[in-house]
Design a protein around this ligand. Sequence first.
Ligand code: ARG
Ligand code: ZN
Ligand code: CA
Length: 252
Amino acid sequence: RTGILNIPVIVHVIYNNSQQNISDAQIQSQIDVLTEDFRKMNADVSLTPSEFAPLASDIEIEFSLAQITRKSSSKTSWGTNDAMKSSAQGGVDVVSPDEYLNIWVCNIGGGILGYAQFPGGPSSTDGVVISPQYFGSIDRQGAGENFYLSSPFDLGRTATHEVGHYLNLRHIWGDGNCNADDFVTDTPTAGGANYGCPSYPSKSCTNNGGYTSDMFMNYMDYVDDACMYMFSAGQKARMDAIFEPGGSRETL
Ligand code: ARG
Ligand code: ZN
Ligand code: CA
């Protein structure tokens, strides 16, 4: 791939009350955060510790808002069984997933911020789901606007993380305990998820490839929105591969 890829986004808002029916401005704030984070234009990338700073990468993907759909529903929480992606189950059907990133914004419940489908899955459920109080950025709330967001997940990084999965990234700790891989060589092996806002250095595995710390500030960890601010070069290579001829997201 040469040059910047633009991914058009369709956002499906499914709401049970007026708060969940988030504003166009809140939706646009999320699209802006996605572009910023995937273009390494986020100001907080400057906080990256020096051992990781050379790895922090511009993914060269931008996002644009193509369409918003809105639907009222009597359902108060949707869980993670993909019902929100099916009109037969009260949700909204996916729109051309070979051309668009579909994002459903609805209350998942159970303390789950969002979830995503990896590339290569069924097209009828392709995309990302995020609860409305974690979709968008409070930093971009203008005068007279009232964004529905919940701290410390109010800076739009849930979507950055979930779109990372949608583009083939695994959790930084490989979902194991110093014994699992995220299939990215420049991310240190870790013993599990990090939470909150760890102080650097914070190292969970003795043999982690020679790094001083976990890369807990990576978008694919579980820290607070304000404490995650980079993708690595190895993660970029893994994402790039799916856009190659024959790759699972070649058509985007
Ligand atoms: N799938 C994760 C969850 O629902 C998302 C974590 C996002 N992290 C964040 N800081 N926004 O728990
Ligand atoms: Zn995740
Ligand atoms: Ca790794």
